[in-house]
Design a protein around this ligand. Sequence first.
Ligand SMILES: [Cu+2]
Length: 70
Amino acid sequence: MARETIQLNVEGMSCQHCVKAVKGSVGALPGVDSVEVSLERKLVTVGYDPAKVGMPAMKSAIEDAGYSVK
Ligand SMILES: [Cu+2]
């Protein structure tokens, strides 16, 4: 299966709870196989299968968790 990574700039994450919330909601999307979060850089790095999931679904998952994607 093809795998790609994308980096999203996410505003509003401040602690480990936020990291868990973002990892949980993005990680629950079908096709996502890894989620890394850097609080300092406000960066979420997602490994995914582009045949199954795309950036719009990731953006909504992050927004549903209460954060915003720039
Ligand atoms: Cu938090």
